[in-house]
Design a protein. Structure first.
Length: 258
C-alpha cells in the first residue's frame, strides 16, 4: 500500500513539474504576452503617419495646381494664363477661335510665366496681329500687391520688343466679373472703358470685336463721334505708337503703359 501511494504522489509531482515547465516555456516564447499590448499603439502610429503623408501630399498638389495670378493676353486672340505661387503656368483658357488657334499649336504648361508669354508672342499665329500694328493688351491680376507689381514689371520688360504692347494690372475681383461676362480680362477692361463713354454698349456688342476695333470705338467716342468703326479714316502717320500705350489721334489708354 505504501508503495502504491508513493508512486501516485510521485506522479502528481511530476505532472505539476510538467505544468510549470510548460508555463515557463510558453512565457518565454510569447514574452509573457506583453507584445500584444504594443500592437494597437504601433498600428495607430502607422495609420497616423499615412494620413499625414496623404494630407501633406494633397496640400502640395493643391498649392501647385491652384492659380493665384492671371495673365491675360488680348489682341484678337484672347488668352488667359493661370499662374501658381511658384510662377508656373498651370492653366490656359481661350475666349475665342483665334485664341484657340494660337494655343492649340503651342504648349506653355508648367513654364515660367515670362517664358510662356514670350512663346505666345513669338508664335507664327500671332505674327499677323503683331505686323498689323494691332494693340496687344497684357493684364496681370492677383491679390498680392507686391507680387503683382513685380510680375507687371517683368511682363513689361519681356514684351518690350513686340511693338504696341499695353501692360496693366488689376485686382482679382475684375477677373471674376470678366468671366461672369464671358470675356477675357483684357477685353472686359476695354469694354468697361467703352461703356463709360456709351452706356448703351453691351457685352454682346464687343464679344466679336478685336481689341483694335474696341480702341477705335473708344477713340471715336472720345472725339465726340458716334463710336462706329471707321477703318478708312485711320491716320497712318498718327497711328499707334509702338509700346507707348497711346491710341489713335494720341488718346492714352487707361492703365500703365510699357
Amino acid at each position: 500500500m505504501n508503495t502504491r501511494m508513493k508512486e501516485a504522489l510521485d506522479k502528481v509531482h511530476a505532472e505539476e513539474a510538467l505544468k510549470e515547465h510548460t508555463k515557463e516555456f510558453l512565457a518565454k516564447k510569447t514574452n509573457g504576452y506583453r507584445k500584444k499590448n504594443f500592437l494597437p499603439y504601433k498600428g495607430l502610429v502607422a495609420a497616423a503617419a499615412c494620413l499625414l503623408f496623404v494630407f501633406l501630399g494633397w496640400r502640395g498638389y493643391l498649392a501647385y495646381f491652384t492659380p493665384t495670378f492671371v495673365i491675360s493676353v488680348d489682341v484678337n486672340p484672347s488668352i488667359e494664363l493661370g499662374i501658381n505661387r511658384f510662377e508656373k503656368v498651370v492653366s490656359v483658357e481661350t475666349y475665342n477661335a483665334d485664341g484657340y488657334a494660337v494655343m492649340s499649336a503651342i504648349n506653355v504648361n508648367y513654364l515660367n510665366y515670362q517664358d510662356a508669354l514670350e512663346r505666345i508672342l513669338a508664335d507664327k499665329n500671332m505674327e499677323s496681329y503683331l505686323t498689323q500694328n494691332q494693340m496687344i493688351a497684357v493684364t496681370v491680376s492677383g491679390e498680392d500687391e507686391n507680387k503683382k507689381n513685380e510680375m507687371l514689371a517683368n511682363v513689361t520688360a519681356c514684351t518690350r520688343s513686340y511693338g504696341n504692347v499695353h501692360c496693366s494690372s488689376c485686382g482679382s475681383e475684375e477677373v471674376d466679373a470678366a468671366h461672369d461676362a464671358g470675356l477675357s480680362l483684357g477685353k472686359y477692361r476695354a469694354f468697361l472703358e467703352l461703356q463709360e463713354l456709351n452706356p448703351e454698349i453691351t457685352v454682346e456688342d464687343v464679344q466679336g470685336l478685336t481689341m483694335h476695333q474696341i480702341r477705335d470705338m473708344i477713340d471715336a467716342l472720345s472725339d465726340g463721334a458716334d463710336g462706329t468703326i471707321q477703318e478708312e479714316s485711320f491716320d497712318e502717320e498718327n497711328g499707334f505708337c509702338h509700346g507707348s500705350g497711346h491710341g489713335r489721334r494720341g488718346h492714352g489708354h487707361r492703365g500703365m503703359g510699357r
